[in-house]
Design a protein around this ligand. Structure first.
Ligand code: ADP
Ligand code: MG
Length: 597
């Protein structure tokens, strides 16, 4: 390995070295080590490195050192794709220039009063950081003069092109003196970037920091082969299992970010969507909350999250698979920063996704292993902690005094121990605790080759019905563990208590056409199988008992190791799977859904 130079060896002068040390940087990053000396020589440069590699200081320090503080006109212009980035870059540059007297940095971007910016520009800033649109605006008004610019930096150039700034950028580059230094940074190098480079740079030096160095070992990467319809549940299980509080979730479309955010909020999470459609001040608000936030989930598109610099992201979720390996690296680079460890979870819900995953593996040479879904033990720890918190909280309520008398009676009853009384109350309020079975619902059935189906006989209706009606009676539960609880709002679980009794006549108790009379059938998935000692009769019994569906309207049953499929009338499949999701069979919590055929 090559030895890492010091900042001093890169040719930086005392005021910068002091500021860098104030900022707590001890060693240059790879891109800084390579780019700073080239920039200090005044050469053009193309820098390719992923997010979080320290590109800002890589160009910021040389720009500051090369600027002349005694001249009060714009000398360097740095273009950034978004307002946040412009602000972020300007802030970092202000820190870097802290010990350089007379040097001023001015940020100009859309969404802020132009008059305020005009005043700031008139004070004679030497370094301008801005978004292309607003820079053009100032040029048009004559409030920003570019004729003495000697340095241009395009930060996140690929992103600026994606956002439609190409013409603006070209026009700005045409308006600055030809005798200048042009530096371009980009995470990726698509052809349009290369064409800008050809047109506007002079013999640029190309510096590429291998992506391998970027998916730092501080990020533990997992993937899950999960059906699309179960991604949300899986994500919640992971958030709870790993006890994550600050996470970044990537979706591929704006509408998906909105949809997912809404669902997360419904489930009681503190989630916000970030996408390009938000107005600037909305974006800033969302971002600031997230930066400060404990307990926040940011759901973003790639464009909206580009370049965002937040140190405390505990995990990145690729809820939607990134379209290519560069985007993957970029996304997960948001975690594992500032000496902390990070997690990256990638959901693959089809074959294409798995193929992309292979490309990512080849490209990053990183280990991305199949993730494990946090099991019973982990959930139990969390559940216990939550129970204790809830009890503590409830102790503050004045309402508890109304139970004082009963409490005293129970405590003084010599036939009962306080432990028994308390356990029983806890069970009433919080039971049952999570079981392992919920884990299996995430497994993708098609891939489990160890599961040999057991052809269920057409069941014997008489054997089924009654006794499993009893078996399925463990459904007082308005709380089946934190996971299940979140999934089912209380109101719905309660309704579940009543539904089987109140509904059968109307919904399921219609005169039954004989099987084979052409009734359209669908399969429902049930998360219990051979490992839970489930037999066809148990399923039929439970379905008949819980939903009132006549047993002979149930078709084929397939029982695998960890789950089963049951054919039921298509018109009722949804209802049946919903009802079944509120019951237990053999003491095990059922999760059911309509299977995709
Ligand atoms: P990029 O533009 O490549 O995404 P940034 O310039 O935003 O990366 O830097 C990411 C983070 O790393 C910032 O918080 C920055 O202050 C910090 N940083 C940059 N250079 C160093 C360094 N040499 N040592 C420690 N931290 C650094
Ligand atoms: Mg950057």
């Amino acid at each position: 390995m090559q030895e890492i130079p010091t900042f001093e060896q890169l040719g930086l002068t005392a005021p910068l070295l002091e500021a860098i040390s104030d900022m707590g940087f001890t060693q240059p990053s790879a891109i800084q080590a390579s780019a700073i000396p080239v920039m200090l020589q005044g050469k053009d440069l193309i820098g390719q490195a992923q997010t979080g590699t320290g590109k800002t200081a890589a160009f910021g320090a040389p720009v500051i050192q090369l600027a002349d503080p005694s001249e009060r006109f714009p000398q360097a212009i740095i273009l950034c794709p978004t307002r946040e980035l412009a602000v972020q870059v300007a802030e970092e540059l202000k820190k870097l220039s802290k010990h350089v007297k007379g040097l001023h940095i001015c940020a100009v971007y859309g969404g802020e009063s132009i008059d305020k910016q005009i005043k700031a520009l008139q004070k004679g800033a030497q370094i301008i950081v801005g978004t292309p649109g607003r820079v053009m605006d100032h040029m048009d008004r004559g409030t920003l003069k570019l004729e003495q610019i000697s340095m241009v930096v395009l930060d996140e150039a690929d992103e600026m092109l994606d956002m439609g700034f190409r013409e603006d950028i070209e026009q700005i580059l045409e308006s600055v003196p030809e005798e200048r230094q042009t530096v371009l940074f980009s995470a990726t190098m698509p052809p349009p970037i290369l064409s800008i480079t050809k047109r506007f740079q002079k013999d640029p030096e190309m510096i590429k920091i291998a992506s391998k160095a970027v998916t730092v070992s501080a990020i533990t990467q997992y993937y899950f082969d999960v059906k699309g319809s179960l991604k949300l549940e899986l994500m919640i299980r992971l958030i709870e299992g790993y006890q994550l509080s600050q996470i970044l979730v990537f979706c591929n479309t704006k509408s998906m970010t909105d949809e997912l955010t809404e669902k997360m909020i419904e489930k009681g999470f503190d989630a916000e969507a970030l996408h390009g459609d938000l107005r600037q001040n909305q974006r800033s608000m969302v971002l600031n909350t997230f930066k400060k936030g404990k307990g926040s989930i940011l759901v973003a598109t790639d464009v909206a999250a580009r370049g965002i610099d937040v140190d405390n992201v505990e995990a990145v979720f690729n809820y939607d698979m990134p379209n290519n390996e560069e985007i993957y690296v970029h996304r997960i680079g948001r975690t594992g920063r500032a000496g902390k460890s990070g997690l990256a979870f990638t959901f693959c819900s089809n074959r294409d996704n798995l193929r992309t995953l292979e490309d990512i593996r080849k490209y990053t040479k990183a280990e991305i292993s199949e993730g494990e879904i946090p099991g019973k033990e982990q959930l139990m720890i969390i559940k216990k902690r939550k129970i204790k918190e809830q009890i503590q909280e409830s102790m503050q309520s004045p309402d508890i005094h109304q139970f004082k008398e009963i409490a005293q009676e129970l405590l003084h009853d010599e036939t009962l121990s306080p432990e028994l009384v308390l356990s029983s109350l806890l069970n009433l309020q919080f039971g049952p605790l999570p079981t392992d079975d919920t884990v299996f619902i995430f497994a993708s059935p098609k891939k489990r080759s160890d599961d040999r189906p057991e052809r269920g006989s057409r069941f014997d209706r008489d054997r089924g019905g009654r006794d499993s009606d009893r078996r399925g009676s463990d459904r007082r539960g308005n709380d089946r563990g934190s996971f299940a609880q979140r999934d089912q709002p209380r109101s719905r679980s309660r309704q579940g208590d009543e539904a089987p009794a109140g509904r059968p006549e109307r919904e399921f108790g219609r005169p039954k056409p004989a099987r084979g009379s052409g009734e359209k059938m669908s399969r429902i998935f049930i998360n219990l199988g051979k490992s839970a000692r489930i037999k066809p009769g148990d399923l039929v019994g439970a379905i008949a008992g819980e939903t009132g569906l006549a047993g002979d309207r149930i078709g084929h049953i397939e029982i695998f190791d960890h789950f089963s499929f049951v054919e039921v009338p298509q018109s009722l499949a949804r209802e049946i799977s919903e009802t079944m999701s509120q019951v237990s069979i053999k003491g095990k919590t059922v999760h059911s859904e309509v299977a995709r055929s």
